[in-house]
Ligand binder design. Structure first.
Ligand SMILES: Cc1cc2nc3c(=O)[nH]c(=O)nc-3n(C[C@H](O)[C@H](O)[C@H](O)COP(=O)(O)OP(=O)(O)OC[C@H]3O[C@@H](n4cnc5c(N)ncnc54)[C@H](O)[C@@H]3O)c2cc1C
Length: 366
């Protein structure tokens, strides 16, 4: 590997790391992007509001026309805390429809822009360790299959997502809840393809359509109370029988013999790191903080983090005081988010006798 010292090494090629790399390279910096996956790992797909789409366009981290490969969403149906669904439409929204993203394609599009701006990439390499070599630059150890390598950079941006542990000494993340998800990625056409949010006895569920006659049903639950269903369509239908909209959709899907289903699961908990920037390093996106998917703010936060940090770094303003101020701002905004999350879970009173709801969506006692 080229032993020249990069201005910035960005570890993690999700939306936060990719956007930060592009913006730093566009500002004239020499940037190395490292991601453990050779191609974007399978991620089911996500929903973004029209205003997030407009924000992405202002950032200019994607080529013009990128939206055309994703699915426009003209409205959604939300039955949180109510039997009567609230239907929202985006018909008169000045930013046009919302979007359901093909997440792998979205990341490939971000990567194409990063490469076109001169970002150097090491895909398929995992950052194993990092240390300050001589108080001037970081040495990052990389591994891939049977290979080992290293790179040097003056500044380190870590954007390794919610599943990875912080690799800076004395930095820990505090977990505020234990929310987890089970997801069914289903291919097969259905009639009503608006996103749906519904609650049930043991959690809540969110379905979003995706490009290519696909949809993903995410079931959120508290893993301490056990899985709400097995990985079969029959079991999912049975677990969600009190969700009227989802049940109709799953009935429709189960009639189609050629429907293909892929299952996966993971954590969806909220957490915040006790420090998110220091001397010559910072955390971005879900590594710094992650929020309940109910907030649909994950991608926006990741990209906003990337843009703020790139602006600070390019203007040379990342002093110790600036790091402290940014962290305090994050702590305040996270505290506001926790209050909002709490009020949402309080609002749903139909299943108060069930442990998920009396535990307010998997809250961890403080
Ligand atoms: C079930 C669920 C549904 C969601 N739905 C939505 C939604 O509808 N809308 C929305 O806005 N947000 C949603 N989110 C949140 C959104 O997915 C995240 O906020 C977003 O992916 C964060 O981006 P990131 O770049 O910080 O991290 P990630 O996308 O997790 O990227 C991290 C990258 O780091 C790489 N990596 C990890 N460790 C290493 C290492 N040691 N070395 C090299 N590379 C490494 C990984 O390969 C990965 O590519 C959802 C989250 C969940 C869990």
């Amino acid at each position: 590997m080229n032993s020249a010292t990069f201005d910035f090494a960005v570890v993690g090629g999700g939306p936060a790391g990719l956007a930060a790399s592009t913006l730093l390279a566009a500002g004239g910096a020499r940037v190395l992007l490292i991601d453990a996956a050779r191609t974007a790992a399978f991620k089911a797909g996500e929903f973004i509001h029209p205003k997030v789409k407009a924000f992405i366009n202002r950032l200019a981290v994607l080529q013009e026309g990128w939206e055309a490969s994703h699915l426009p969403i003209h409205g959604l149906v939300n039955s949180w805390a109510s039997v009567t669904p609230r239907e929202t439409d985006f018909i008169f929204n000045p930013n046009g429809p919302a979007l359901a993203l093909d997440r792998q394609l979205f990341e490939r599009q971000l990567l194409d822009t990063a490469s076109s701006r001169g970002v150097e990439t090491r895909l398929g390499w995992t950052a194993k360790g990092m240390e300050m070599a001589n108080n001037l630059s970081w040495r990052v150890e990389l591994s891939a299959a049977n290979d080992l390598a290293y790179c040097d950079a003056r500044y380190l941006l870590l954007a390794t997502g919610r599943r990875s542990a912080p690799s800076i000494s004395n930095v820990q993340r505090r977990k505020f809840d234990r929310l987890a998800f089970l997801a069914a990625h289903i291919i097969g056409p259905v009639v009503d393809c608006r996103p749906i949010i519904e609650c049930f006895e043991n959690g809540w569920v969110y379905m979003t359509p995706l490009p290519g006659d696909a949809r993903v049903v995410y079931v959120f639950f508290d893993p301490r109370l056990g899985l709400p269903c097995h990985r079969t369509l029959e079991s999912l239908r049975s677990a969600l029988k009190s969700c009227s909209r989802l049940s109709t959709l799953l009935d429709e899907i189960s009639c189609k013999e050629d429907a293909k289903i892929e299952w996966f699961s993971g954590a969806a908990s909220s957490h915040l790191a006790n420090r998110t920037a220091g001397q010559n390093w910072c955390f971005l996106g879900d590594l710094a903080e992650s929020r309940d998917p109910l907030s649909t703010s994950g991608l926006f936060n990741a990209l906003r983090d990337a843009s703020r940090m790139a602006a600070h770094l390019l203007s040379g303003q990342m002093t110790g005081k600036a790091c402290e101020e940014m962290h305090l701002e994050r702590v305040q905004s996270f505290a506001d988010y926790l209050k909002t999350r709490h009020s949402y879970y309080e609002e749903e009173t139909r299943w108060n006798g069930f442990p998920f709801w009396s535990g307010k969506g998997g809250l961890v006692a403080s």
